[in-house]
Design a protein around this ligand. Structure first.
Ligand code: ATP
Ligand code: MG
Length: 267
């Protein structure tokens, strides 16, 4: 697959996303395209805007400017020319919510609900799909990630890796067009990272379209079609992982990669 393949359908197209928090301009014109079945990995230093990009795509954050189109839906235009009402902005964001599902660094499972109840909460209560259908779906998805026997367990009875796999199932159960992962393994003990990355890699191989913020470079090398390097709210450099990791052209990218590839330096 290549980004320049004209036959590949663009499933998500974001153009010119801008976002400020007070005086802090966090996104300064982000363009991002996800083709169907494509895996895009976002890397960049802390504070560069990676999470804010995903939150904007998922409708959790309202950009100050820019447009987003997902899966042939309407173009959501955040243009600032008309002072928008909060209601209109909310409508725009909500139009994006169902299109993608986000997996967070911390799984955010409800502690008082069972694993199954956590998974069906979104599709049943929020999306309003029939409970029977949603339960069947959820059990099949739990089985898929090796957690069929944990359906009735509470989150605290699971390991961190298992909890994060439930987090992934919860996202899949929403039947989104696009999966968004925000550092899905960075809160895990090192020995649990592999099992979660394996699930994500399998989903990628199955053809899910996804954007993944991660600093697991071996995962990015294997799974990503395209890597974006963000710094200071702009995409400084992008390309296939083999090119970007082997021969980054920008000094900032080089510096960043050197730093994260040698985490023990100076320790
Ligand atoms: N709700 C908010 N209110 C104010 N500032 C925010 C908010 N969310 C993010 N920021 C600021 O926006 C900038 C970008 O944050 P963001 O979380 O997108 O960075 P990041 O690249 O994901 O960083 P990290 O690698 O640490 O997760 C930071 O300076 C952050 O402090
Ligand atoms: Mg972040």
């Amino acid at each position: 697959m290549s980004l320049t393949d004209p036959n590949q359908e663009a499933l998500l197209v974001a153009r010119g996303l801008r976002k400020s928090f007070g005086d802090n301009e966090v996104l300064r014109g982000i363009d991002l395209t996800l083709h169907r079945g494509e895996v895009v990995v976002l890397i960049g230093p802390s504070g560069s805007g990676k999470t804010t990009v995903l939150r904007a795509l998922n409708g959790l954050e309202t950009p100050d400017a820019g447009t987003i189109v997902v899966a042939g839906g309407p173009e959501i235009d955040f243009a600032p020319e008309v002072k928008p009402s909060p209601r209109l902005q909310k409508q725009k964001r909500l139009a994006l919510r169902d299109r993608s599902a986000m997996v967070f660094q911390h799984h955010n499972l409800f502690p008082h609900l069972t694993v199954l109840e956590n998974v069906i909460e979104g599709p049943w209560r929020v999306q309003g799909r029939p409970k029977d259908e949603v339960v069947v779906d959820a059990l099949a998805l739990l089985d898929r990630v090796g957690l069929a026997d944990k359906a009735d367990a509470r989150p605290h009875q699971l390991s961190g890796g298992q909890q994060q796999r439930v987090g992934i199932v919860r996202a899949l159960a929403l039947r989104p067009d696009v999966l968004l992962f925000d550092e899905p393994t960075s809160a895990l003990d090192p020995e649990l990272v592999g099992e979660v990355l394996l699930v994500i890699k399998e989903l990628a191989d199955e053809g899910w379209t996804m954007a993944v913020v991660t600093h697991e470079l071996s995962f990015a090398r294997e799974a990503a079609d395209h890597v974006l390097f963000l710094d200071g709210g702009v995409i400084v450099e992008q390309g296939p992982p083999a090119d970007l990791f082997r021969a980054p052209t920008h000094e900032r990218t080089q510096r960043f990669l050197t730093r994260i590839m040698r985490p023990l330096d100076g320790a």
